[in-house]
Design a protein around this ligand. Sequence first.
Ligand code: GAL
Ligand code: ZN
Length: 654
Amino acid sequence: MIKIGIDYYPEHWPPALWEEDAARMERLGVHVVRVAEFAWSRLEPEEGRFDFSWLDEAIAVLSRHGMKVILGTPTNCGPMWLYHDHPETLQRGRSGQPSLTGIRGHRCMQSPTFRRYAGRIVEEMARRYAGRPEIFAWQIDNELDSNHCTCPACTAGFRDYLREKYGTLEALNEAWGTVVWSGEYSAWEQISIQTEEGCLADWYNPARMLDYERYAAACTADYVRFQAELIRRYDPAAVITTNSCFPAHMPDFHQEFAPLDVASYDNYPPVRLPENPEALYSNAFALDFVRSFKQQNFWIMEQLGGPMGGWSPITPAMEPGMLEGYALQAVAHGADLISFFRWRTACTGAEMFCHGLLDHDNRPNRRLEELERLCRRLEGLPELNRTTLHSQVALLYSSEQEFALKNQRQSEGFAYWTQLRLFHNACMSLGVNVDVLPETAPLEGYRVALVPTHFITDPQVVANLETFAQAGGTVVITNRSGVKDKHGNCVLGQPLPTLLRKLCGCTVAEYDAIGPATQQITTSQGSSYRVTSWCDLLTPETAEVWARYTGRFYAGTPAITRNRFGKGWAYYVGTVGEKALYRALLLEILPRQGIPAMDMLPVGVEVTERTGPGGSYRFIFNNTLHGQSFPMNGQTVTLGAMEVLIQTGDGQWR
Ligand code: GAL
Ligand code: ZN
């Protein structure tokens, strides 16, 4: 059964309310309740004095009502005594200044002092709750970002990381190309991780910045492993996760989740639906991306339960159908547990207008009714969790590209995330399941590999793609691929796309970073598309021309090519197009690979399928605020705003 959860903060409410809250949750059909992830000051009110009595009591109340608990380790929020008595536990900002307390997440994940205190509270909890039947799972910390702290411990850690990686300073100087601007290091202590406040990352040596991002992400992964190992020491059978979001400093999620049992995500899709249809499907991408972290089904640890606000102006009320629709959208992309944020809106603190399911008045409301409807609906599909998405289309992702492209902008408006989404959006618009895969993942079982911007070039990835195409697969590669080596430097004497030249059968004679300007391309079939951002001027070698530019001094020059490679194909898309371009490409590629594409889906309607021993379920979700209808398999499908229809293998609508 798909599990429904609630994020609950017993420490925010008088204990007299707990019983009533639990009874109401039970009546709704809630299975699990997440607690304690910010409660350190109540669990260890002063150094070394632990108080689990209130948590025990809250767990007992919940469990009397048939619910299990997801225990959060409270390490996101160190208590004030810790920061005061041990200021070295405070995270430091870009230019080295300690963060000021009063919000949350002030801690440095690498600080040995912090690790000692965090380790102790985690151990206390693990020892106390290990093996208890009330515990469903553990959540480590909260919404970890990449550890961009510049404290002395983090600085020393970076130097160790580099010593380990390069061995000598000569090798490091060579790899980073520090000769530029007299940046050569003659002692390890000269290497700093601080950067000038307000100064763009682009001013710093990109090779240094890339290694720094790798290091910061590795720190986060190490912090997760550290906590997971402590929990497992006492509770070897524990199911452990951490709740991800997409912060400004993105971690390397594949590395971060490697030591954990299940990936989780905090799902806050837009309440204000985009009027621009190009922006639709973005939440679908986020969900498919999260499924990639462990290449298996995942959990939603925080699901939109009410209008957001508090530290931001309050968003509009959730439209009818939105609470249920967005939750089922997550299930449609592989979620097996949905925990709603939060039970009741806080009356105090920065998030007092960040609405939960219940408002301050604590009365039954429309959102709660919708949650109840969702629970009943999922109870009618008890085998759904024994299914997952299967896909023949792989969209390759790597945090390397994320890091490198974020720190060195290529063209105004050009972003890795956008590149990924353009391809994903096109698949969604055609009702095609997509797996986001780590770049280095094996491609067996897939028919199409979409490779937007393989900027930092990995010879192993190139070899995999060649083997894949050789055997009959179709590869689609875009502009800004093959540009850099593993250190983040450009390569002397090789035309772009360097290592990908043979596979793509073309070279880049020149490029034009046009930023927000637009121009046209025309295909050999005579269709025209608007393009923007970047224009590679291509010289085909073995490839044929798929589309040409129509403007600027290079009118008539190839923009997109297609190369026969072994039994397969490699497309090179030298520019960034409007959405229709990617649809057109896929409408050519998918049928040739025997993958059905639904070109009749109205914009904003998503179709995905979960299959497995639990049966087969086709989800049809209308992610718009108006009704839609369209023909499918000889029937007319009609959907209301935000409605989700589920069709089981026997043709029944559920
Ligand atoms: C999440 C966070 C929660 C809460 C929520 C409100 O990012 O994990 O603790 O702040 O946002 O939107
Ligand atoms: Zn630090």
